[in-house]
Write a protein that binds this ligand. Structure first.
Ligand code: FAD
Ligand code: MG
Ligand code: MG
Ligand code: MG
Ligand code: MG
Length: 560
């Protein structure tokens, strides 16, 4: 299999005039899906077996396999084998539709067609064709965010594809072998064996943890003399890692890392990267440190996919202005596409209404007794009544219920739910039973509540649920009715099942709603179980299970 990488560079659109046009020869509604990642595959899997009877489905993606990203850090160190976490697209697709290995590089939302090209990376000729659609499902994901920092592109490893994981694995092996040569000086050894991870989110943390496990469990046996020179560092902008998790989890992780000798370089911003060196500025002391490295992994979040950016400019002016994603309505229809384009996963974000714009109306509506000020009860009732429209109201209403609610049980449940949610506490927590908010105080409060308005995170969990939602919507006849949303369809609602991350030494951290933070060995076992069981097919579940056992018994194979 030739190495197919995610394409992040923008390519000029091929001339569309004389391109062959793809026709399946049926008159069924044409559904075209772009991507073979979490969003697209979950959509595909959720379609009924006999989907081909009512729609004409075409899947286009340069990557002819699905990749189970959560275990990619484990692949980089050989804990899990790469073949265990990929599944061929054609095997998921079965008889539901047709697949073309191609990159879409242009979409014409007016003509309702797109141009796709066979990726020439394999050394063959590029071959482009045109595909008309009635409904387009955009699930192309995101691209790497370098924040425009110099040298990142050239000297760091990104971490999203199998190719990336293999490159890193090869590099780490190289560094150890090079350091073991007789002429290596102590300084050279220290540089080669310095591994830097930029970004303290779940991916960065997991890469550092897996690297550390590999050193502690396996490399120590084959390079006993080199181990004292190994350093693993995580550079993070904030003053703690895993900042989207409960604070107790960040603290636990920091503690685990310090015991395992993974260093956290906090409050630090990367200013530039050169070959084997990264400039790090400490934002509290404003001092610069140069950290030498053998390998540097860049994992600082996601940026807009070039195709999405291109489409953004073609949709009616003013409807698409988001800096990172294409904006959809709550049925996941791209705004400005007249309901013909749907977008899911990292590529998309759902438009959310800010409440502040309606502050006046909301205030006077809330003031039931008409005395010109809002009591705590009036505020809570209003927040609850509007939490469908402004979903970020819900947690605040629940919090007030929990603190001052009439029902003891309701209150206990609510305070369990909002446990650890400090932002909520900071906004409505200071209100008391005899609060009387005037209109401008209410405005200030709304502004604070709006600030907590978070788009859904760029996670597999979100992409998966959106794919399932879209398949169900289609089942209700969304395409047959000319992309009209069927009357009985409910808007998409995300259900957060919790976040988890592996922190090394068989331990993990979990942040589960209503339960709260869990960490340690138990969580480690649950993490392993979850990541195994969640594989896309039984074959993958089997292979991943075998990998865990193999690694425990025989260790990792670190040769290239
Ligand atoms: P992707 O899964 O990225 O899929 C995009 C697809 O589009 C790919 O198949 C790509 O080849 C294709 N494509 C790209 N360009 C084009 C084009 N021009 N035309 C056609 N096709 C195109 N999330 C979690 O919830 N839990 C985790 O533990 C977790 N761990 C992660 C670990 C790592 C290392 C990484 C990188 C991510 C992790 N994530 C995790 C995030 C998760 O992988 C993403 O949020 C998810 O993949 C988004 O799904 P998607 O379908 O939008 O995009
Ligand atoms: Mg996808
Ligand atoms: Mg994970
Ligand atoms: Mg999204
Ligand atoms: Mg009042």
């Amino acid at each position: 299999r030739p190495p197919t990488t995610d394409t992040s560079e923008e390519k000029p659109a091929a001339p569309t005039k004389e391109l062959p046009v793809y026709h399946s020869g049926t008159s069924k509604p044409r559904v075209v899906v772009l991507g073979s990642g979490w969003g697209a595959m979950s959509f595909l899997k959720s379609l009924p077996r006999d989907a081909a009877e009512s729609i004409d489905l075409t899947l286009i993606s340069p990557r002819n396999y699905f990749l189970y990203t959560p275990l990619l850090p484990a692949v980089a160190t050989g804990t899990v084998e790469e073949r265990s976490i990929v599944e061929p697209v054609r095997r998921v697709l079965k008889k539901k539709g047709k697949y073309f290995e191609a990159i879409c590089n242009d979409i014409d939302p007016v003509e309702r067609s797109l141009v796709a090209c066979f990726p020439p990376e394999a050394g063959l000729d590029e071959a482009c064709f045109k595909v008309p659609y009635d409904m387009l499902v955009l699930a192309v994901g995101s691209s790497n965010n370098t924040f425009g920092i110099k040298g990142v592109e050239d000297h760091c490893f990104f971490f999203r594809s199998i190719t990336n994981a293999n490159e890193l694995r090869r590099r780490v092996s190289e560094c150890f072998e090079r350091a073991a040569l007789p002429q290596s000086t102590s300084e050279e050894r220290k540089k080669l064996l310095s591994f830097v991870v930029v970004g303290g989110g779940p991916t960065g943390v997991e890469v550092a943890a897996e690297l550390h496990d590999m050193v502690r469990d396996d490399l120590v046996k084959v390079y006993p003399d080199l181990i004292k020179d190994v350093r693993i560092r995580v550079i993070e902008l904030m003053d703690h890692v895993l900042s989207t998790y409960d604070r107790a989890i960040s603290d636990y992780t920091a503690n685990e890392f310090s015991r395992g000798a993974i260093e956290l370089v906090l409050n630090s911003r990367v200013a530039g990267v050169r070959k084997g060196e990264v400039d790090v500025i400490n934002t509290t002391t404003n001092t610069t440190e140069v950290i030498p490295f053998g390998a540097c992994v860049w994992s600082t979040g996601v940026a807009m996919h070039p195709l999405i950016k291109k489409l953004q400019g073609k949709l009616p002016g003013g409807t698409q202005t988001h800096f990172r994603s294409i904006v959809t309505d709550e049925y996941l229809r791209v705004i400005g596409s007249e309901g013909t384009i749907f977008s899911i996963g990292d590529a998309a974000t759902i438009a959310q209404g800010k409440a502040l714009a309606k502050a006046k109306d909301l205030f006077w509506e809330a003031d039931k007794d008409g005395n010109g000020v809002l009591s705590l009860g009036e505020l809570r009732d209003m927040l609850r009544a509007h939490s469908r429209e402004y979903s970020h109201f819900a947690e605040h209403a629940r919090f007030l219920d929990g603190k001052y609610g009439a029902s003891r049980w309701g209150g206990m449940v609510a305070s369990a739910v909002s446990r650890g949610k400090k932002p909520v506490d900071a906004v409505v927590g200071e209100l008391t039973e005899d609060t009387a908010l005037e209109e401008d105080q209410f405005r200030d409060l709304l502004e604070k509540i709006d600030r907590g308005l978070r788009a859904l995170p760029a996670t597999a969990q979100v992409a998966k649920q959106q794919g399932e939602f879209l398949a169900a919507l289609l089942g209700k006849g969304a395409v047959r009715q000319g992309s009209q949303i069927p009357a009985d369809a409910k808007p998409f609602k995300y259900s957060h099942k919790g976040s988890l991350a592996y922190v090394g030494s068989d331990k993990a951290v979990m942040d589960v709603p209503t339960v709260g933070p869990i960490f340690g060995w138990g969580a480690g076992l649950m993490w392993k179980g979850f990541e195994t069981y969640s594989q896309i097919s039984f074959r993958n579940i089997f292979l991943v299970s075998l990998d865990w056992i193999r690694t425990k018994i025989f260790g990792r194979d670190i040769s290239r």
